[in-house]
Design a protein around this ligand. Structure first.
Ligand code: KG4
Ligand code: ZN
Length: 347
């Protein structure tokens, strides 16, 4: 079984071809960072236009790399949400067109499900496992119990963690996207002597909050001249690490209440590339007798392979979709999750 995956929900235009033996035949990703850099963040209209301009060529490139024709495919998977609606529509309509032209089944994929199932592609991981999804748009702990069985244990009540990295980078005069720049600065800094809050740490449950930490950095910079940006970055990264360890620690306990045999914590999303965070979570897992799984960075950030793989899993289960299915800006992975007072821009 072989599936084409299309991803256009944020600022990466991506197409990939993946089979049910977990082989990635092609995986092309085009980042729009250069287009958005002058604005210091993703501009939805620019993103949608760039997806329109790039998606056809990118799909052709993926099919050529895989040395396949559309008729060789068993299914067409496209992200149907959540995300920036203009971009989601571009990818979904393209997927529908290929499905209609070839008569192959359409798989309308939840982008978050793509991230959630990635460790099954990279590591053949069995259910259940606990997922910490940390990106520019999301910050969630989700218990992955089976295909389509997702129990959200915690989420952010305000900003996503990647958003906090990006905003702190901007305050420090660092380049966009901020995560890698903050990490590089932090590695040259000393967090000692700078006190920042650890929002939500010590509290029950495993929800997150980052807006207070971001404001604290702003206040720190306004009230103290001559602070080294490397030291501020290090203090910020340390605070994020402390919060993540606290929240993920609670998440593991809650997850073990559902599945006493829980053996893996998975991190995904762009922030999962952060080496400090990886170290901290590796230690946490060692303490709790769990293994940490971190897909390779290229499969942690947005990509088409994760969408193609989710398509393979859904097609194997006979779960394909009608051609009139609609794109969704918001689409929670766990429809039963109590709505968090989420004020972020993306779902
Ligand atoms: O998953 P992703 O590529 O896109 C979505 O947001 O869906 O994640 C991008 C986010 C950005 O906020 C970026 O600053 C952050 O991931 N990021 C990092 C690192 N690399 C990327 N944050 C912290 N440390 C990093 N090394
Ligand atoms: Zn994503």
């Amino acid at each position: 079984m072989i599936v084409l995956g299309i991803e256009t929900s944020c600022d990466e235009t991506a197409a990939a071809v993946v089979d049910d033996a977990r082989r990635i035949h092609a995986n092309v990703v085009l980042s729009q960072i250069a287009e958005h850099r002058p604005y210091g963040g993703v501009v939805p209209e620019i993103a949608a236009r760039a997806h329109v301009e790039q998606i056809d060529g990118l799909i052709q490139q993926a099919m050529a790399e895989a040395e396949l024709n559309f008729t060789d495919l068993d299914g067409i998977a496209a992200t149907a949400g959540p995300g920036l609606i203009g971009g989601v529509m571009v990818g979904l309509v393209t997927g529908k067109a290929i499905a209609a032209a070839t008569g192959k089944p359409l798989l309308a994929i939840n982008h978050l499900e793509g991230h959630a199932l990635t460790p099954r592609l990279t590591d053949d991981l069995p259910f259940p496992y606990l997922l910490l999804l940390v990106s520019g748009g999301h910050c969630q702990l989700v218990l992955i119990e089976g295909l389509g069985q997702y129990r959200r244990l915690g989420t952010t009540i305000d900003d996503a963690v990647g958003e906090a990295f990006d905003k702190v980078a901007k305050m420090l005069g660092l380049d966009y996207p901020g995560g890698p720049a903050v990490q590089a600065a932090a590695e040259k800094g000393d967090p000692g002597g700078i006190n920042l809050p650890r929002p939500m740490a010590g509290r029950e449950g495993c929800d997150f909050s980052f807006s207070g930490l971001k404001t604290a950095v702003r206040r720190l910079l306004d009230n103290n001249e001559g602070l080294r940006k490397e030291d501020v970055a290090a203090a910020f990264q340390l605070a994020v690490g402390d919060v993540m360890v606290d929240r993920a620690g609670n998440g593991i306990e809650i997850a073990q209440g559902f599945h006493a045999n829980l053996s893996h914590l998975v991190i995904a999303g762009g922030v999962a590339a952060n080496t400090h965070l990886r170290q901290r979570l590796t230690s946490l897992c060692q303490e709790r007798g769990l293994s940490l799984i971190a897909p390779p960075p290229g499969l942690c950030t947005d990509n088409g392979a994760m969408i193609a793989w989710a398509g393979v899993e859904r097609l194997s289960a006979g779960l394909y979709d009608p051609l009139d299915i609609e794109a969704r800006a918001r689409w929670p992975l766990d429809p039963d999750a109590k709505p968090a007072p989420f004020a972020g821009k993306k779902a």
